[in-house]
Design a protein around this ligand. Structure first.
Ligand code: UD1
Ligand code: CA
Length: 455
């Protein structure tokens, strides 16, 4: 997009005390993804786009998350929490590499979009020294107020330092800022801490820019995009905003949802064409749903791949590592985990399939359990293509059921059952014959009843 290079510094050193949690604030999740991951994914990426994350001491988990999402991101530790400008300077080594645009974002604003980052950079290319993202919150309490004189941004006043008159200003600092790289470091170094909190405020940069005869500019954003998260209530509000966006995007992509407001999606859900999701479905992270698949009501999926035209639920739980082949069927009260279930296989009722591979077109009867855990370790169950496992069977892993094998109801299988190539054919035939016989009998009964009536 832009030929200009960039450095995005994400501030994430806060403890997040108001979350009342032992987890660092930026590792809380919205739509299945950490707050930090949302911000890092929206930040400029690719060639010429450097990333720095400022973390608190003892926050190794935050550094790991940054590495996972953006392997090229550098992390810097702010050992004492002395304010937002002080936090930015923790990344001094990155700042000294002279990127064209320096972007500063907060790790606790997960709804920010890549477009907004781009918008913020534009005025820098046209000569502005600093660009601030502004917004008009319903309740401006706590936010820094943007002081505008004759159309020019002259300063940001933090709530704690603001006069009554200044507190009446509705236009506030959203927290995202862009500074021209050639002046960034010298401006940041000039910031002092003579204020109500005794902190180094990043927002003081605006007054310094003005003193130097340079220009600061405000770009306005929607409140929903810049919600900062400090409490669990705000986390839940952000989740609601994100879910509304994801449902809308899924509908726009052609997913059919009868009651989208009851369906919960993850930020990374992948949909094929003509997917249907019934009400009250929860989809966790890393789920992909193939063309024509139907997810019936009250199902829960996470880290699962659903093949084309597959059917899941109602009341099914696909746990991590589930791989459903095309046209496979998972019915009610079935739980799967680390299970590959090949094309056309059926697991229709009340079953647990864990650490297993089920071949194509196998039929797993109601109440079948893969006993994958013996109290010490997990073991695998292999079920061959076309096998028939009768109802209420316990498969004591490690164990193998051959292709086409037939397992009677109520079995406890502890040893390998060999392949039976002809069994499937026989089974299908007997089902067909059984059905035909019952039909003939019923017809005969109906006829004789008819006669007895007439008699
Ligand atoms: C800040 C802004 C305020 C703005 C508001 C928007 C300043 C001085 N104030 O206020 O104008 O309206 O955000 O939400 O910038 N952080 C560190 N190290 C520190 C201090 C903060 O990493 O020493 C990080 C925090 O983890 C957080 C971010 O910086 O991600 C913002 O800090 P916070 O204390 O929440 O600032 P606010 O008081 O909300
Ligand atoms: Ca904040």
């Amino acid at each position: 997009m832009s030929a200009r290079t960039s450095l995005t510094i994400v501030l994430a050193a806060g403890e997040g005390t108001r979350m009342r949690s032992s987890l660092p604030k930026v590792l809380h999740r919205v739509a299945g993804e950490t707050l930090l991951a949302h911000v890092l994914k929206a930040a400029p990426g690719g060639d010429g786009a450097a990333l720095a994350v400022v973390i608190g001491p003892d926050h190794a988990a935050v550094a790991e998350e940054a590495q996972r999402v953006r392997p090229q991101a550098e992390t810097f530790v702010q050992s004492e929490r002395l304010g937002t400008a002080h936090a930015v300077l923790a990344a001094r080594a990155a700042l000294e590499r002279d990127a064209d645009d320096v972007l500063i974002a907060f790790g606790d604003t997960p709804l920010i979009s890549a477009e907004t980052f781009a918008q913020l950079r534009q005025p820098l290319a046209q000569g502005a020294a600093l660009v601030v993202l502004g917004f008009r919150p319903n309740d401006p309490t706590g936010y820094g107020r943007l002081l505008v004189e004759n159309g020019a941004l002259v300063a940001i006043r933090e709530h704690a330092d603001a006069s009554e008159q200044e507190r009446a200003i509705g236009l506030c600092n959203a927290g995202l800022m862009a500074i021209r790289g050639d002046v960034a470091l010298s401006i940041l170094e000039r910031i002092g801490n003579a204020n109500a909190k005794g902190e180094y405020y990043l927002t003081d940069a605006i007054a310094i820019v003005r003193e130097r005869g340079l220009q600061s500019i405000v770009v306005e954003a929607d409140e929903d995009e810049v919600r900062g998260i400090n409490t669990k209530a705000q986390l839940a509000e952000a989740e609601a905003v994100m879910q509304a966006r994801l449902r809308r995007a899924a509908l726009d992509a052609g997913v059919t949802m009868i009651a989208p407001e009851t369906v919960f999606l993850a930020a990374d859900t992948v949909f094929g064409k003509d997917v249907t999701i019934e009400p009250f479905v929860v989809i966790g992270e890393r789920v992909s749903i193939g063309d024509g698949a139907v997810i019936h009501a009250f199902s829960h999926l996470a880290q699962a791949v659903v093949g084309k035209d597959a059917s899941v639920g109602p009341y099914a739980r696909l746990r991590p590592g589930t791989l459903l082949g095309d046209g496979a069927k998972i019915g009610n009260f079935v739980e799967t985990k680390a299970a590959q279930i090949d094309a056309g296989a059926k697991v229709n009722h009340l079953t647990y399939i864990g650490d297993a591979h089920i071949g194509s077109k196998a039929n797993i009867g109601a109440g079948t359990i893969t006993c994958n855990y013996d109290g010490y370790g997990k073991h695998k169950t292999e079920i061959g293509a076309g096998a028939f496992v009768g109802s209420n069977t316990s498969l004591v892993a490690p164990v193998k059921i051959g292709a086409g094998a037939y397992v009677g109801s109520g079995s406890v299988i502890t040893r390998e059952v060999p392949d039976d190539a002809l069994a499937l054919e026989r089974a299908e035939q007997s089902v067909r014959e059984g059905w035909a016989k019952r039909y003939r009998d019923a017809k005969t009964r109906a006829k004789s009843k008819d006669k007895s009536h007439r008699a």
